[in-house]
Design a protein around this ligand. Structure first.
Ligand code: SF4
Ligand code: SF4
Length: 170
């Protein structure tokens, strides 16, 4: 009799379980899910690769620049890469639609290429400082800061030393 009562109550109230995947569901606020990479903000420091305990991030050099690959299948969504990325080129979104077939595990990736430029002084190929990094490092930008960001470390060091000797700063 008790069972029939429960059954009747449930029939009147309808299902109390989440309808997904046959209907809409909700996204908890602050959920850490699909990762987005902004190749224009990245400065190629590779800190995200270093802190990723799961080994989900790999960089490799190519003629086009520094290639970034992140395997969502390996990621634990710990958020360390985002935390340590100063220019915020890597971000975890709330998009959790990552279910995939086993055979697609190697294609569940986020990729990008950090483009190389030539050092404005010696023409060596380098990754420039991104605007996003400058915005974090300096209160306001100027032509000298932009120029330094487009130089290789050696030329930057040389120019900074010359400026210091002359008593000038950026
Ligand atoms: S994504 Fe961020 S932490 Fe990773 S290499 Fe680029 S700038 Fe560095
Ligand atoms: S969220 Fe964690 S596991 Fe995923 S790529 Fe970033 S550091 Fe690696």
């Amino acid at each position: 009799m008790k069972m029939l009562k429960v059954l009747l109550q449930n029939l009147i109230k309808g299902p109390s379980t989440d309808p997904f995947p046959f209907g809409e569901t909700f996204t908890p606020k602050g959920l850490r899910a699909r990762i987005r990479f902004d190749e224009t903000a990245c400065t190629g420091c590779r800190m995200c690769e270093h802190v990723c305990a799961g080994g989900a991030i790999r960089f490799h050099d190519s003629p086009n620049g520094l290639e970034f690959t992140l395997w969502h299948n390996t990621c634990t969504f710990c958020g360390l890469c985002e935390h340590y990325c100063v220019p915020k080129a890597i971000k975890l979104t709330e998009d959790w639609h990552l279910a995939h077939k086993q055979e697609d595990k190697y294609t569940m990736t986020e990729t990008g290429t950090v483009a190389l430029i030539q050092c404005v002084q010696c023409r060596k190929k380098i990754i420039p400082t991104s605007q996003q990094l400058n915005a974090v490092a300096y209160k306001s930008s100027n032509e000298m800061i932009k120029r330094l960001g487009r130089m290789c470390p050696d030329c930057r060091r040389e120019l900074s030393t010359k400026l210091l000797i002359k008593g000038e700063s950026v």
